[in-house]
Design a protein around this ligand. Structure first.
Ligand code: ADP
Ligand code: MG
Length: 298
């Protein structure tokens, strides 16, 4: 490719808020066969909010604790987490005037949730995987109901007793469905990759026109990169679009990594392209620009 054509293409991209960091990124994007989209913060807004609060019932039917006590326990755990789900819980607690108390030995468990110690008690917040590891019984029907609605159920445990479930939902971005249709028109295979559970992920996928076969769910942070590699091994170039710290190894592994402008700095540093408008339509526009640029050269 001639340096002039690349310069013109890069300049046009910049005008649209699509920042190509290298000539290679602009050249390679035209023939990617698969685009992998992270769910939270990429397909969805990444600003989840609490929708439901359910206190668990003991065997005798009495509540495990009051709703306020559940929220206090949740706040104590989530105040130290940087996860968007934790921010949703903290925002809800703030609205209700719940003050988070201090806990000890806070630990984030990647892909699972968070744990801490409070006196003699171990308290935890997280997904089914974490609850299973702690020996806490998951309310399966409730979890299934929330997930089917596209909500992410978060479970709270004190020692090995489940004390409550809080559902959190994140809205799909306005242009996500349109962008996925545009990518399909360009002949690109689209996949959605997430650490969230499969049922929730599929409910979100349906809203943006993706089938369950196109969803890769329950992925641990360390495994996102492996999934990109497997798609590469299956043939064709792979572009990854993500926003989180979690996504940076996968962005680096992909043939072209595209970071969402409002995402984590580390994701933007490791990416080949930065989408300043955080709009998924710009993924399709970037591919079109790449194809047009290379056509002009030939
Ligand atoms: P993603 O960013 O795709 O949601 P993560 O690996 O960050 O993937 O999280 C996977 C899952 O772990 C979440 O969907 C949630 O169920 C659970 N989890 C992670 N962090 C927390 C937290 N601070 N509180 C409760 N649950 C959490
Ligand atoms: Mg994300």
């Amino acid at each position: 490719a001639t340096p002039v054509a690349i310069m013109v293409g890069t300049g046009k991209g910049a005008e649209m808020g699509i920042l190509f960091k290298s000539a290679e990124a602009l050249e390679n994007l035209r023939n990617v066969g698969t685009v992998v989209l992270d769910k939270t913060g990429t397909v969805t807004r990444g600003k989840p909010a609490v929708t439901d609060i359910v206190v668990a019932a003991r065997a005798d039917g009495s509540p495990a604790m009051s709703e306020k006590a559940l929220l206090k326990l949740a706040a104590a755990l989530e105040r130290q987490s940087e996860h968007p789900l934790a921010e949703a819980i903290m925002a809800e607690c703030e609205t209700r005037g719940i003050v988070a108390r201090m806990v000890e030995d806070f630990a984030a468990v990647p892909g699972r949730g968070v744990t801490a110690r409070e006196g003699q008690n171990t308290i935890a917040a997280g997904n089914v995987r974490l609850m299973n590891e702690l020996g806490a019984a998951v309310p399966t029907d409730l979890a299934e109901q929330f997930a089917t609605e596209g909500k992410t159920p978060l479970f709270f445990a004190k020692n090995s007793e489940l004390v409550g479930t809080i559902a959190v939902a994140d809205e799909v971005k306005e242009t996500s469905a349109e962008a996925i249709a545009a990518l399909r028109k360009l002949g690109v295979d689209v996949r959605m990759l997430t650490g969230d559970n499969r049922v929730t992920a599929e409910a979100i996928a349906r809203r943006v026109g993706l089938t369950s076969e196109q969803v890769i769910a329950d992925v641990l942070p360390a495994d996102k990169e492996r999934h990109v590699r497997e798609l590469q091994d299956a043939g064709g170039k792979v572009a990854m679009v993500g926003d989180g710290i979690n996504d940076s190894p996968a962005l680096a592994r992909s043939d072209v990594g595209l970071a969402i402008g409002t995402g984590a700095d580390i994701a933007k540093e490791g990416a080949d392209v930065v989408l300043m408008r955080s709009d998924l339509m710009d993924v399709a526009r970037a591919i079109e620009l790449s194809r047009a640029t290379i056509r002009n050269i030939k």
